[in-house]
Design a protein around this ligand. Structure first.
Ligand code: AMP
Ligand code: MG
Length: 586
């Protein structure tokens, strides 16, 4: 547990600072406890209440417990006032203990200071005070001086001093999507490297029952709480004995001991040397058994077991912890839980998983021409295909999708929608209006907020991708065209969301396969073709590269990625095939 103190004179603002620090650190997913010193005798309860009566009657410690909280009241009477260290020992383990008061104790502290108190700084004479949080500048102090209200700066100082790693980065740097000056067309790999470098988890952490944690991302390393298997046991149904006590004969004959060892019902006595015991699969090996002969390989007559010589020492026995030892790393932080991982954690006695809260991804469509599928026959209207596609993709990635609806090409409506979205989502995915044309309101609005960065990525399909922050919530502005919207989502949004959600940067699965098509490609941008596996393991490309051809997306089983450079593809040329399944499209 890390310990840091807040001290100061009366009315210096120390409790307010404590309060803000507690809020700050708990919002980062840290468990925080506090110890507060006071000079006068305090009573937490009114005279006449039950606990007061218990104490008055002479109880040394009284515990008041309910489903909401537990209080321990310890009467000191003639005992000495406990030292801070003893008090901290009583706390349930947590990440950070913030101590208010105790200015004479040796732990490092920040001093809260308000000029109006008229008191001189404690920091001048107390060298356990490592920083001051003051409402006025203090140029003559030999310690860092923070603005009393700049909680972020004070918390960062404390986190650095204690070596506390932040569990959650709540805000990305304001300019996290800026491209280096002079960059116009960005190669796909550079764009990906920039995203990878700038993003960090934006979600809090929580505890979830392992049984319902499928798809969640671990926020901490998880270790085995018990070994697997927990005890040495039999891998087969058969007969167990001590290998070292076997007679040197062939065949071998052993008298059978009465009783048996079954899974969940072990044999509690020991098996004498040169004797055998009936033992079933999964049963603990009793004392005196280290080797098991298969029941199919024995003959039993008159309570005597006979089997051929040649069995190996330890045959058919599983050692305790041979799979995973208690305390070993079971799964690392950042791992996304799948059904087999649920089995592993359950077997290792880990009932609850520490996970990141589900990333909330908001999806909105823009464009006056859009209509809900099936609501109009007017050929001037386009049915909104992106929003249901993106919502479905986000759900299959294990994130919480938030349907932000369809917004017309109207600046105020869009502004309201983004305000609303910033409150209830962690990242916003828009489609349409992302270019720089007259009706590209997403672009125009984000431009005015000062945080828009058009990424002219050298990719086909996919016109500029708009990356921005709206009130510090990242916004991915996708092209409206569904083919381009899907490709840019798979290539850019998928790995980015994984990092925002606390997971690792994801790269697509690539299988190099012979092409079943012909294509001549110029240098300058990377191309993604809608592609499908043929029955004989080649990849064919969709008949049209038209970016409006949604049918090709559905026809495909994946994408073919053609390099930034020029390429001449003929049947048989090896190409990079990226299956949909590798993008989590199922
Ligand atoms: P934009 O990027 O807004 O210029 O849109 C480019 C093309 O994609 C236009 O033909 C739009 O009608 C179409 N489009 C935009 N959003 C969607 C959507 N949500 N679903 C289907 N098509 C769309
Ligand atoms: Mg549009």
């Amino acid at each position: 547990m890390k310990i840091y103190g807040v001290t100061g004179w009366k009315n210096s603002g120390k409790t307010g600072l404590m309060e803000r620090l507690i809020t700050h650190f708990t919002a980062q997913g840290l468990k925080v406890s506090t110890v507060k010193h006071t000079h006068h005798g305090v009573d937490l309860e009114r005279p006449g209440t039950d606990t007061h009566r218990h104490r008055q009657a002479g109880a040394q410690e009284v515990i008041l417990a309910s489903s909401a909280r537990v209080s321990i009241l310890h009467e000191l009477r003639d005992d000495d006032e406990p030292r801070l260290a003893d008090l901290i020992d009583r706390l349930t383990p947590c990440h950070l203990v913030l101590v208010e008061g105790f200015k004479g104790a040796s732990h490092p502290k920040v001093e809260a200071h308000r000029k109006a108190t008229g008191e001189d700084l404690l920091a001048r004479s107390n060298n356990t005070i490592h920083a001051v949080a003051s409402d006025t500048p203090l140029p003559d102090i030999d310690a860092p001086v923070f603005d009393l209200n700049d909680t972020d700066a004070i918390a960062t100082f404390i986190a650095r001093a204690t070596g506390l790693a932040p569990r959650q980065q709540t805000k990305l740097a304001n300019d996290c999507f800026a491209l280096p000056p002079g960059v116009t067309w960005t190669p796909v790999d550079d764009a990906l490297a920039t995203l990878k470098d700038r993003l960090a988890p934006v979600v809090a952490t929580e505890n979830v029952a392992v049984a319902s944690a499928t798809g969640r991302i671990l926020s901490a390393d998880h270790h085995a709480a018990r070994s697997n298997p927990p005890g040495a046991n039999s891998a087969v149904d058969g007969y167990g004995f001590a290998y070292g006590s076997l007679p040197q004969t062939d065949p071998i004959t052993l008298p059978l001991t009465d009783g048996r060892s079954a899974a969940g019902a072990p044999f509690s006595e020991s098996v004498p040397p040169s004797h055998a015991l009936r033992i079933l699969t999964g049963a603990l090996l009793p004392e005196g058994v280290d080797t098991i002969v298969l029941q199919e390989d024995v003959h039993i007559e008159h309570n005597q077991l006979t089997f051929p010589a040649g069995i190996k020492p330890g045959a058919n026995a599983r050692a305790a912890g041979e799979d995973v030892r208690k305390g070993a790393l079971a799964l690392p932080a950042g791992h996304k839980l799948r059904a087999p991982d649920i089995a592993l954690l359950s077997a290792l006695g880990v009932p609850d998983a520490k996970v990141f809260a589900r990333l909330r991804v908001g999806v909105l469509s823009t464009g006056d021409e859009l209509a809900e599928p099936g609501t109009t026959a007017n050929p001037a209207r386009t049915y909104d295909a992106n929003r249901p596609m993106l919502l479905s993709l986000i759900e299959s990635w294990g994130y919480a999708s938030v349907d932000l609806g369809h917004i017309p090409d109207d600046r105020d409506a869009l502004q309201n929608a983004l305000d609303d979205a910033a409150n209830k989502t962690d990242v916003i995915l828009t489609s349409g209006g992302a270019s720089a044309g007259d009706e590209d309101h997403v672009s125009a609005l984000l431009q005015d907020t000062g945080s828009l960065h058009h990424w002219r990525i050298a990719i086909k399909p996919g016109r500029p991708l708009a990356l921005a922050q709206w009130k510090s919530t990242p916004v991915f502005g996708l092209p409206g065209n569904p083919v381009a919207a899907l490709v840019t989502t798979l290539i850019f949004a998928r790995p980015a969301f994984s990092v925002l959600a606390g997971g690792s940067w994801l790269t697509p699965q690539v299988i190099t396969l012979p092409a079943a098509f012909t294509k001549s490609k110029k240098a300058g941008r990377r191309e993604y073709l809608r592609a499908r596996l043929t029955y004989d393991g080649q990849v064919e490309a969709f008949k049209s590269e038209g970016s409006g051809r949604i049918s090709g997306l559905s026809w495909a089983t994946g994408l073919v990625e053609l390099p930034d450079e020029a390429a001449e593809i003929v049947p048989g040329t090896p190409v990079r095939y990226l299956p949909y399944s590798g993008f989590g499209i199922t």
